[in-house]
Design a binder for this molecule. Structure first.
Ligand code: ARG
Length: 562
């Protein structure tokens, strides 16, 4: 890479004092490219040379072999390096066009498997904005990890077990009907659940009934199982509509219920390791050594809990996938749960507990307020996505009424806007959701990036040249420099995003590239016939390719026209 060129140029004149690694650490990137592409500050050399830094820079600069650079220049206490634009552009554009969608591939993961626990909504409840975040962040991480050589396994750990199913059965039997559930499953099932919570204040006997039904369910009672299976099926059908809209697929839908017959072994292991303690009739694992609350493994009535199922799931995933990392994309409010999960696994002697990573994220708010199912403050995701598509449709009708496949493009733009908006925010930040802001064609939005890509595509269509016939991509024009340098950063961005589990790195990169490209395009006549025209078009094609790739990594489609 280019920084290595700078190190190699400095090494001969500094080798008595600094090694390559020490030099590399000192190299900076100047704020603006008129100060060069890299700068070496001479402050640290002042002690060694017993000279003023300015003097050192002025003395050393002429001694440096500048063959690989446009120029090497001392400015104050810095030695500034200007990359050779002709050489840089030619190599870069050739690489991008040749490698096509493989530009930026890496092999950090060496094909190691990585289960990603993502989406994981609860049966009989609507998918919340929080589940949307988990879904799109998980999906993007899967794409990013694939790009750097891992094999992700996308697992939808459905919330399909727990005492709430006792409540739901009671609610359904008291206030529900088959026809209502068939007509609109989630809305009606949620209604029964909410009504249960309104009524049980005045009628505590409802709670006993619910507990009985859950006990029956756990014991495999026919009627209970039949209802549960049906609720699960119709809920999943509703969830699939949203996954289809988002174009997101899963490798597994093994939810909490899948682990019902796998928990006895876990409890046995805990017992064998003498980790279980009785506390008020319940079985717990003491985690005070980790500064955590005890993990509640079994209730006094024998019922198992969320964490018991997660312990069984973690062990199952290790045995099934031999994972090198195991990710859980779940809201920040479950932070303690995952700390407990890891701690219990550690206590059990599993050293792979360190490979488990909770990937938390912040809340989506509406006018600064938290949304919650219990109080009925939900935004129905399906409505959000449909509204976004409608809004995109209106914008396209206004801007480009004759566009072919308008419906498809409106889908790509509307859905893409919601996904992009979610991913451009750093994972842990809370953010407010306002549809109009999300679907705008200008500003820091997905449609803006898509629109920039479509514009690049239209330039290429107009030019009508075959870039594959091209052999020289030299583009020394100063105005192209920022775009070229940014194109070269793409592989590093992917690696950073994968290490930080942070899709926003890619989203922000795409926004910056789109902005730089639009600035370039506003000031340069790309199609004018001169010696650099083919290289300019190669750059336009490269921008489109990298923007398309960036969007794909986020799980957003890139229409060629819009
Ligand atoms: N169903 C849970 C919820 O909606 C999320 C499950 C997360 N995954 C897990 N393995 N605990 O809060």
């Amino acid at each position: 890479n280019e920084q290595e060129l700078v190190v190699q140029a400095l090494l001969p004149v500094l080798k008595d004092h600094l090694d390559a690694a020490a030099i590399a650490k000192l190299i900076e990137v100047p704020k603006t490219s008129d100060l060069g592409d890299y700068a070496f500050p001479t402050f640290t050399l002042a002690k060694i040379f017993r000279q003023a830094p300015q003097q050192i820079a002025a003395d050393l600069a002429p001694k440096i072999n500048a063959d690989n650079f446009e120029k090497v220049q001392a400015v104050g206490p810095y030695i500034n390096f200007f990359l050779d634009k002709a050489q840089f552009s030619h190599q870069l554009l050739q690489t991008i066009l040749q490698q096509a969608e493989h530009y930026g591939d890496a092999n950090l993961g060496q094909q190691g498997q990585v289960p990603i626990d993502m989406s994981s909504p609860n049966i009989a409840k609507p998918i919340s904005m929080g589940h949307l975040r988990s879904t799109v962040i998980g999906n993007s991480l899967a794409n990013i990890l694939t790009k750097v050589g891992y094999k992700p396994v996308k697992i939808n750990h459905l919330g399909d077990w727990g005492t709430q199913f006792g409540k739901l059965i009671v609610g359904y039997k008291k206030w529900g009907s088959e026809a209502a559930v068939k007509a609109d499953p989630i809305t009606n099932l949620l209604k029964y659940y909410v009504k249960f919570h309104q009524e049980d204040q005045a009628h505590p006997e409802l709670d006993d009934e619910a507990r009985d039904w859950f006990v029956k369910l756990e014991a495999g009672d026919d009627e209970a199982i039949k209802l549960w299976t049906w609720f699960r099926k119709v809920s999943l059908q509703e969830f699939m509509k949203i996954y289809d809209m988002l174009d997101i697929q899963f490798d597994s839908y093994k939810g909490e219920a899948f682990y019902n017959d796998k928990m006895a072994e876990v409890v046995q292991m805990l017992e064998d390791k003498k980790l279980l303690k009785k506390s008020q009739g319940a079985e717990i694992v003491d985690l005070s050594a980790y500064n955590l609350n005890p993990a509640l493994i079994k209730k006094s009535d024998g019922a198992t809990l969320y964490i018991t199922r997660d312990l069984a799931a973690a062990i199952y995933r290790k045995r099934t996938y031999h994972f090198v990392q195991s990710l859980y994309v779940v809201g920040n409010e479950q932070r303690d749960h995952f700390k407990q999960l890891k701690a219990v696994l550690k206590e059990m002697g599993f050293d792979w507990a360190d490979d488990i990573h909770h990937i938390p994220f912040g809340l989506i708010t509406e006018n600064g307020k938290k949304l919650s199912t219990r109080q009925g403050r939900v935004i129905l995701l399906e409505n959000v996505l449909n509204d976004a598509v409608d809004l995109a449709h209106k914008q396209i009708d206004a801007k480009n009424p004759d566009l072919a496949n308008k419906d498809q493009v409106a889908n790509d733009v509307g859905i893409g806007a919601v996904v992009f908006h979610d991913l451009k925010n750093e994972r842990l930040n809370n953010f407010d959701f306002n549809l109009e802001d999300v679907v705008r064609f200008e500003g820091e939005t997905g449609p803006y990036v898509q629109y920039t890509n479509a514009r690049a595509q239209s330039i290429l269509r107009k030019a009508g040249v075959d870039l594959k016939q091209q052999t020289d991509y030299t583009l020394a024009d100063r105005s192209a420099w920022d775009v070229l340098k940014q194109l070269a950063e793409f592989p590093d961005m992917i690696i950073r995003a994968s290490k930080e589990y942070e899709p926003s790195v890619i989203a922000k990169y795409a926004l910056r590239l789109a902005k730089n490209f639009n600035k370039y395009y506003a000031n340069t006549k790309v199609l004018v016939a001169d010696a650099e025209k083919p290289a300019r078009l190669a750059m336009v094609a490269s921008v489109s390719q990298v923007l398309t790739q960036s969007l794909a990594l986020l799980g957003v489609h890139a229409p060629k026209e819009m």
